[in-house]
Ligand binder design. Structure first.
Ligand code: ADP
Ligand code: MG
Length: 215
């Protein structure tokens, strides 16, 4: 049997102690399969059903390679809806609570522009947002992604269903080509023609993780 404790991973003492205080003792299957390749910098596309801990999977990968002293946007998480973006940002902030001064900013449509512009001026390490609003900030020049290290496409299948493909392509064109790209979904690309198209040219030699339903 393989070790599914978080302590088996190369995570910082701060992250390990936060996980402990959150009561996250063992990795969920999608975490156990996706974290090792993510932590060595590989692109990953992972499929697991809702509620399986996908947020902490990419969240730990993101936080573990953050350079907190460099106050630039190093992580971008795209989500299909504002509600999901808020939930992801909340989980990232929980996971980052042992890492002082990590700034997680949400940029979603339906929220007023002004406060977002002000927050962007103050800077952030990680942006979590919906594609439309993130793209708007890129076009305005209020957000730049030249220092982006990790791009996460969360609920990629839903973003595709909602017609975000073109907007996401537009955002990706503004990111460095040497970024790490992580795609999380409830369905898998080989089951979905559109998702395969979405990943083509976006993920580089990705590791595929697929967690089977157990019933
Ligand atoms: P998904 O994105 O796969 O739908 P979430 O990331 O929202 O799932 O996680 C579902 C729930 O599981 C959350 O309440 C989260 O706090 C909890 N969780 C995540 N990882 C662990 C873990 N390793 N141990 C215990 N609970 C966890
Ligand atoms: Mg999720």
């Amino acid at each position: 049997m393989s070790d599914t404790s978080f302590a088996s991973l190369a995570l910082s003492p701060a992250l390990l102690s936060t996980l402990d205080s959150l009561g996250y003792h063992d990795m969920t299957p999608v975490q156990a399969q996706s974290l090792p390749p993510m932590l060595v910098g590989r692109d990953v596309m992972a499929q697991a059903k809702t509620g399986s801990g996908k947020t902490a999977a990419f969240g730990l990968a993101l936080l573990s390679q953050l350079r907190v002293e460099a106050f630039s946007v190093q992580g971008l998480v795209l989500c299909p809806t504002r509600e999901l973006a808020d939930q992801v940002a909340e989980e990232l902030r929980r996971l980052a609570r042992g890492m002082p001064n990590v700034k997680v900013l949400t940029l979603c449509g339906g929220a007023p522009f002004g406060p977002q512009l002000a927050s962007l001026e103050h800077g952030a390490h990680i942006v979590v947002g919906t594609p439309g609003r993130v793209d708007e900030h890129l076009r305005k020049g209020s957000l730049t992604l030249g220092s982006l290290a990790v791009l996460v496409l969360d609920e990629a299948d839903r973003m595709l269903d909602m017609g975000f493909q073109v907007t996401i392509d537009d955002i990706i064109a503004d990111t460095p080509t040497d970024r790490q790209t992580l795609l999380f979904s409830a369905t898998f690309p080989d089951e979905r023609e559109g998702l395969a198209a979405m990943t083509r040219g976006v993920l580089r030699d990705p590791v595929s993780v697929k967690v089977a339903e157990t019933h």
